[in-house]
Design a protein around this ligand. Structure first.
Ligand code: AKG
Length: 279
């Protein structure tokens, strides 16, 4: 698939682009099935890490901060009863799997490095692309947590800004089950903050602009299974909690330009044994 001039202009103007029917249903199902196996094999024991965008500082546990070059499962914030038991099955309690699925798992590797994805990234103008982050998001029925409004460059920063997020819908995503919302043109508002490693070992936010997002401008990006949403790294976007009985699985791949500087203060680090790779 080639992007036409109108689509490129749209991406430039809005900071996002929706491509319907990008991935065949069978490829979506292959990822879903593989994610199911990974969760099945996941033994929580005493590893209970929760993914929450509300409490980024408190949740900055080592299990999360060392997951940039691993495959790890994170629970939904609402997964547990007060006594620590799960409200739903383990399979319906995981918020996401991250963050090196694209390098460590053959099924996700093949999907991520499909020539159609490589061509698309080239057409977006990302030079010497490197695949930085591969993440599977479940948005579980009833307990799927809200992802508050943010810019991906806050968390994955390069100089100059080069990151693009590829968000693949593995199921239909609607306002009912927690689809993405975005502020058209919001990528031109500037980067509001960076989440970075502090000198003392933890994480901190460097805030450049504390004016709240104009959330009244958010529009829902309802898409069907197989659709791809491309997100500029500076585009403000969010997703609401999923209180419906349907899941909303998605796979996201974040790509950066290999000529850009990737600061070691970013949370996502790779061991020298697993350097970043392109397509
Ligand atoms: O899939 C979602 O609900 C949100 C994902 C997102 O915002 C992100 O990965 O940056």
């Amino acid at each position: 698939m080639r992007l036409n001039e109108e689509q490129l202009a749209q991406y430039d103007r809005d900071g996002f682009l929706v491509l319907n029917d990008f991935a065949p249903a069978a490829s979506c199902d292959a990822l879903r099935s593989r994610a199911g196996e990974l969760v099945h094999d996941f033994e929580p024991k005493d590893i209970v890490s929760i993914f929450s965008t509300r409490e980024q500082n408190r949740r900055s546990d080592d299990y999360f901060l060392n997951s940039g070059d691993k495959i790890r499962c994170f629970f939904e914030e609402d997964a547990f009863h007060p006594d620590g038991t799960l409200k739903q099955s383990k399979e319906q309690s995981i918020n996401k799997i991250g963050h090196a699925l694209h390098d460590l798992d053959p099924v996700f590797d093949a999907f991520s490095r499909n020539p159609a994805v490589a061509q698309l990234v080239a057409e977006l103008g990302i030079n010497r692309p490197l695949l930085l982050q591969g993440m599977y998001i479940f948005k579980q029925p009833r307990i799927g947590g809200e992802v508050t409004c943010h810019q991906d460059s806050t968390f994955l920063y390069t100089e100059p800004q080069s990151i693009a997020g590829l968000w693949f819908a593995l199921e239909d995503a609607t306002t009912e089950n927690g689809c993405l919302w975005a502020i058209p043109g919001g990528h031109t508002l500037g980067l509001k903050s960076r989440w970075l490693r502090s000198e003392t070992g933890g994480m901190k936010f460097d805030v450049f602009d504390s004016i709240p997002w104009p959330e009244e401008k958010l529009v829902p990006l309802e898409v069907t299974k197989g659709s791809l949403i491309i997100l500029d790294g500076q585009l403000p976007h969010k997703s609401l909690a999923n209180r419906s009985s349907k899941s909303r699985h998605a796979y996201t791949l974040h790509v950066i330009g290999g000529d850009c500087q990737y600061p070691q203060t970013n949370w996502l680090r790779r061991s020298p044994d697993l350097p970043l790779r392109g397509f």
